[in-house]
Design a protein around this ligand. Structure first.
Ligand SMILES: [Zn+2]
Length: 87
């Protein structure tokens, strides 16, 4: 569960705010998971605007990019991006 590169910031595609913790679609590659940063969503939007009825969003909810393989729940720490969950 490593990212091919760690974005220094992410912006929510729904509300436009910076993301501290949220959902990030990725494309699996030999070098790791490549973040699809354009389709990221913050936690709040992931649950209310994207996911159905207070559930965590599915990959399809965030992007219809055929390159997207998985959805990561990520959190920015002082050191970089931590992947909490990948599905
Ligand atoms: Zn948002």
């Amino acid at each position: 569960m490593t990212l091919a590169f760690e974005p220094s910031t992410l912006t929510c595609a729904v509300c436009g705010d910076g993301i501290d913790s949220g959902y990030l679609p990725v494309t699996g590659t030999d070098g790791g998971d490549e973040p699809l940063t354009d389709a990221a969503a913050c936690d709040a939007c992931g649950f209310t605007a994207v996911g159905m009825g207070g559930c965590a969003p599915e990959l399809d909810d965030l992007t219809d990019d055929p390159a997207a393989d998985a959805l990561c729940h990520v959190r920015f720490t002082g050191d970089g991006v931590e992947v909490l969950r990948r599905k």
